[in-house]
Design a protein around this ligand. Sequence first.
Ligand SMILES: NC(=O)c1ccc[n+]([C@@H]2O[C@H](COP(=O)([O-])OP(=O)(O)OC[C@H]3O[C@@H](n4cnc5c(N)ncnc54)[C@H](O)[C@@H]3O)[C@@H](O)[C@H]2O)c1
Length: 452
Amino acid sequence: MLQRMADEGDRRRGYIEPADGRLGVLMPGLGAVATTMIAGVMAVRKNLARPIGSLSQMGSIRLGKRTENRVPRIRDFVPLAALEDLAFGGWDVYGDNVYEAARNARVLDPALLDAVKPELEAIQPMTAVFDRSYVSNLDGGHVKKAMGKDALVRAVMDDIARFREENGCSRIVMVWCASTEKYIERSAVHETLEAFEQGLRDDDPAIPPSMIYACAAIRMGIPFVNGAPNLTCDIPALIELARDTSTPIGGKDFKTGQTLMKTILAPGLQARALGIKGWFSSNILGNRDGFVLDHPDNFRTKEVSKLSVLKDILRPDQNPELYGDLCHKVSINYYPPHGDNKESWDNIDIFGWLGYPMQIKINFLCRDSILAAPVVLDLALFIDLARRAGMSGIQEWLSFYFKSPQTAPGLRPEHDIFKQLVKLQNTLRHMMGEDLITHLGLDYYQDLVEAL
Ligand SMILES: NC(=O)c1ccc[n+]([C@@H]2O[C@H](COP(=O)([O-])OP(=O)(O)OC[C@H]3O[C@@H](n4cnc5c(N)ncnc54)[C@H](O)[C@@H]3O)[C@@H](O)[C@H]2O)c1
């Protein structure tokens, strides 16, 4: 019977190119998050540590009915690139190699970094596409010389081609791990590919560096993921380009720390029809990301991303009695003594039966890059899988990893982490020709009861 089900699965399963050869993972921004991910993968390869927090490496997935007891590891179920086959590279406005950058980021123990030092030292950043008018708190000099935006796209494409050649990669993905750019509203230059390409030729200020990297990748059919809240590939022009080149894309803003907690807790409170009057969130953070976000233009980009979460989960428009008066505030304070160890406080004013008020307090002492590193790894592996499975355009099934998930035009993003997980797992089941799981179970409960 199991064999019959497996044969049927094979028939339903679409074609997925095998993960043969090396996968290049290129990251604009080799700062705290990127270097923590790279050093972590090197350490895991040497069996010095475990990839905790990575769903692709540590997570399991139930297949079929509960009675079948089939729960493989995700990495054994879908054909992902092996960690041994990853080659890392990237760009940064500072010339430090990945070992030096990881030491400066002060996230991982020096002893662990020293254990993988030669591998990390070998990764030198390529010169960045950078313009201080988008990130005024940074002033690194490891940048491409002044040229038009159109030429910069071509320069990044040349970098990618060279990296692919030098590292013998059969496939490449790109994940934006660079600083949050200043807030930019969507405007006419973003609306069509034609307008965007003209904008590149005209050096339009509404095209920041992140869009230049994204454009270069997508033109080459290289999957692109945006880990920061910048617009980047969340504009019609680049969605159109992704369609033309059959490229999977996704974003925005890695879901870690406080927002992760929000998307775990808010769906639970909502599920029990408890009301929420206010949610006050504050953070202190002392790493370079915190320094960049200390500038109001860059914080605005982050704030918009962070604020969208609760409204989308709680739907005050549909539940005015429970959430109509919701007051949601978010602040980030740059506080150097804490480094990458972000501390967040949440005060949540809720109300229950007959309107009686209650409070929840959360004090999360987290490590920002420790939470973000596995997210970068998973996104790189899954977006590569998506491409090999012939999927292109916005990969909504990866919303699980984002604070502000990019969706098809007109669709509301799904923020509830549990719904996001169901969607991700069902997408994997679908790719592999397995039954989707609805958690209904009525179809086999009766058989089970009768068999007892
Ligand atoms: N750590 C988290 O939990 C988390 C969560 C969500 C989003 N993010 C986002 O991820 C990004 C990286 O975070 P981080 O903590 O590693 O920050 P970081 O400041 O340590 O690293 C970012 C790096 O990007 C470089 N950079 C800036 N502009 C660049 C450009 N145009 N081209 C190439 N390099 C450029 C900077 O020099 C820096 O080294 C930030 O945008 C952050 O907001 C982080």
